[in-house]
Each structure stands twice: as C-alpha cells, then as structure tokens.
Design a protein around this ligand. Structure first.
Ligand code: GDP
Ligand code: MG
Length: 446
C-alpha cells in the first residue's frame, strides 16, 4: 500500500501529542520537526513540505488550539485539515458537458497506465454514474496498443472505436465523436499515444487532437511510483496542454506517496482519480479529505461503504437483511455473502480503511485471512443442501464426511459451526438493537 511509511511515522508523531493535557510551543515545534522529516522521507517536494509545516505551525500555536481543553487533538485536527488542503481540499468532480458527448482526452507517458485507466474510467462511469461511454483507440504507434484497448473493451463489455493504425489520431478522434453522437454515447474517452519522454512530436499531435475535439477534460495519467518525476511530468504536460485533472495510478504499489501529496500544489491541477490495481474496477474517485484521514490512521469508512454499495446487489442485500432478522440465514446465504465481500477487492486493503486498523499489530497474518476464507468456503461447499439449511442435523458422522470432503480438520468444521451459530444469535440481537450499540459484530472469519 502507498503511504505506509508516511502513515506509520505521522501516526507515531500524532500519538505522542494526542493525549497531552497541555501542549506548548516547544511541543508543537518538536512535532513539526518529525512531520517535516516524515514528509521528506515520503518524497514530498521540499517546497511543499516547507509551506505545509509553516501553515500547520502557525495555526497550531494559535490561542484557540493550545488553550483548548484537548490541545493534542486540536493539533491533529489542524494537521488533517492542512493535509486535506494540500491534496486539493474539496473533491474535484468529473465534467459533464451540457452538449453531449463529454469528451475526455487521456494523456501521459508510455506505461503510465493510460489505456488501463481508459477502460477503468469507462467502467466506473457506467457503474457509478449510469453513463454510456465510447472508448477510442488513438494510439497508433505502439504495436498492439489498439488490440489492448479492444481486449479491455470486450472484458467490460464496452464498445471501442478504432480505424486501425494507418489513419491519423486526429482523424480517428474526429470520426469517433461523430459516431458517438449518432449512437448516443454521452462520454468519449480518447486513449492517446505516449512516449518514453516528453517530446515535441507527441505534444504537437496532442495539441491537434485538443484543437479539433475541444475536450471537456484532459486527464494526465501519471504513475505514482515515479515519485518526484511524476510532478515534473505533470508540470510540463500542464504547460503545453492545460490539464484539467490528474489520474494517479499504481497507488496500490508501495510508493511512498510523495507524488500524490505534491502534484496538486506544484501544478495546481486537481487529482481526480486514483488507480488502485490492474483490474477494471480498481479506480477510485480521489477525495482529499478521505485520503488525509487514511494517512493519519483515521480510516476511510465512506469509501468502504461506497465500495459495498457498488458491489453488493441491493435486492439481495434486502433479502439478506430479512433473513437475518428472521434468523433464517443459511450457510448458502453465507457463501454468497463471502463472494460479495470478495468482489470488493483484496481484504487487507478493505481492512486498512477501517479507523485504527493499522494499529493492530501483525495485521497481515491476524484478522481476515484470504486463505482462511477459502477454507470456510470449502467446508460449506462440502455440506449437503439439508445441512446448509439446517446445520443442527450435522452429527459427528456428518462432520467427519464434511471434513474429509473439504480437506479440512474436524476441529475447523466444529469451529465454523459454532461461529455460525454465534453469528446467528448475534444477528438477532443486532437487528433488535438500537442504533449506536451495534458494536463488536464479527463475521466468523475474523
Ligand atoms: P499506457 O502505456 O499509459 O497505456 O499504460 P498501460 O495502460 O498499458 O499500463 C501499463 C501497465 O501498468 C500495465 O501492466 C497495467 O496493468 C499497469 N497498471 C495501470 N494502472 C495500474 C494501477 O493502478 N495499479 C497497478 N498495480 N498497475 C497498473
Ligand atoms: Mg496505452
């Protein structure tokens, strides 16, 4: 995960000041020294760090903070607010043209993730905003670039406009927009060519496409792993083309995060989306406040809820809720639920969005273990229909059979049965409980 080092260090620093009954200027100074080092180590642009530290210090030693009843927490609040501001403050939304289609140009260096992001963005536009995008293959230089977009298009069941590699990108873009109008696409996403380095030919071609298509958005796709270089790249693309937004990719890797924290203030271009993996659903809208919250270990429950909403079938969720209420929840329902949780992405990534999750020691092997979920699934799959619906019929003979069928031990089968029973009991209590008391609800694989 990106930001791991930064998050650890900042949280350590915050921890020291959090509970303090009294905070003086020297404490703030000491803390800011550590914050400064943490940011520099995370590869944040030094000028950005300097400004940030200055702003936080000024606010933190202000009267209302140090004299407050909870000075430590107030200081942390200031850090969070400034971190949010640094990354852009408000979330920057994607444009919608009043005269469709909305045209988006995807630009960036080779390998940054343009083609992948084009597919992901189309997928997100459809899934979250109910849009009907058309993908345009305008990278005619790299062999197989067109094919790559077409393959992605097939994968997400989205049309791709291409005229092969003998027609100029400008002409391709032009014809794509005509076609989009005819077929009532409301978004046109143009996947352009990249180069290893910024060069004039490329810029001229991009300018021509811009001139002709009058895009509503020009998104620069940058690889977060390239650190400060990403900031430089963003600066020159911005000077030449006038960017409207940045998509930071590969934030799932172990980048130190400096680019994410510097790009906005150096280029004054908002980060609109972040790529969190290679799969077509691994694109998230960028929310500065949520990201700041994640970095400071306060969790990102809102993103978690959105993920759930996008991946969980609403009708099924309602049905499930009813079953939970009436305690007619079976092992089959449970299997399905596991499947839906899995759709949301790698479990440890999800866990990290919970407040305080990174403070749990040894979280990697504790807590939710994907392998363990696989084991649970195997055990349930070895049950008969009757057993899944009425687990009370599972006697020791049946347990042996289930253990053998799933390749797990009898103890594990026992444990799951017990946990399932407990869970059902808890569900009953849970659904009868007033809001606010619903704590400590645990699934059997936790
Ligand atoms: P392009 O040359 O800019 O079009 O880049 P591509 O879309 O072909 O992507 C280059 C490589 O980066 C591919 O292997 C992608 O799967 C990978 N990639 C793109 N975005 C992400 C991301 O957010 N996370 C990870 N882990 N890989 C990504
Ligand atoms: Mg490409």
């Amino acid at each position: 995960m990106a930001f791991e080092g930064l998050a650890d260090r900042l949280q350590g620093t915050m921890q020291k000041i959090r509970g303090k009954g009294k905070v003086n200027e020297a404490d703030v100074k000491e803390m800011m020294r550590e914050v400064r080092l943490a940011l520099l180590e995370a590869d944040v642009n030094f000028k950005v760090v300097k400004d940030f530290v200055k702003r936080v210090s000024e606010r933190a030693v202000g009267q209302e903070v140090l004299k407050s009843l909870t000075p430590g927490q107030q200081v942390i609040k200031v850090v969070k607010e400034e971190l949010t501001e640094l990354m852009g403050g408000e979330q920057s939304k994607i444009a919608v043209s009043t005269r469709p289609p909305t045209v988006i140009m995807m630009v960036g260096l080779q390998g940054a993730g343009k083609t992948t992001t084009t597919g992901k963005l189309a997928n997100l536009l459809r899934k979250k905003y109910n849009r009907k995008p058309l993908l345009v293959a305008a990278d005619i230089y790299r062999p197989a670039a067109i094919k790559q977009l077409e393959t992605l298009g097939k994968q997400i069941n989205m049309p791709v406009f291409s005229l092969g590699d003998q027609v100029s990108p400008v002409e391709i873009a032009k014809q794509a927009i005509v076609k989009a109008k005819e077929e009532h696409h409301d978004y046109v996403l143009i996947d352009t060519a990249g180069r290893l380095h910024i060069d004039e030919n490329l810029m001229d071609e991009l300018k021509d496409i811009k001139e002709l298509t009058k895009p509503d958005e020009i998104f620069l796709v940058v690889d977060a792993m390239t650190g400060q270089d990403a900031v430089n790249v963003a600066q020159s693309f911005n000077e030449q083309l006038g960017l409207t937004g940045v998509v930071l990719t590969k934030l799932d890797g172990d980048t130190r995060g400096g680019a994410a924290l510097s790009i906005r203030s150096v280029t004054n271009t908002p980060i609109k989306f972040v790529g969190m993996g290679e799969k077509m659903d691994a694109l998230e809208a960028f929310h500065p406040e949520r990201m700041a919250s994640r970095i400071l270990g306060m969790g990102d429950v809102l993103t978690l809820i959105e993920k759930a909403q996008m991946n969980v079938d609403e009708d099924k969720a309602k049905e499930l809720e009813k079953k939970m209420r009436t305690a007619s929840f079976t092992f089959d329902d449970f299997l399905e639920q596991l499947g839906q949780v899995r759709n949301m992405g790698p479990l440890d990534d999800l866990l990290k969005m919970l407040p305080g999750a990174n403070k749990i020691k040894g979280m990697d092997n504790l807590s939710i273990d994907e392998k363990q979920i696989g084991h649970v699934e195997a055990i349930i799959r070895s049950m008969t229909l009757q057993e899944k619906e009425h687990p009370e019929v599972i006697n020791s003979g049946r347990k042996k059979r289930i253990a053998k069928g799933s390749g797990r031990s009898i103890q594990e089968v026992n444990r799951l049965l017990k946990q399932f029973e407990d869970m059902k009991k808890m569900m009953k209590q849970f659904t009868n409980m007033p809001k606010g008391k619903k704590k400590g609800f645990k699934l059997p694989f936790m």
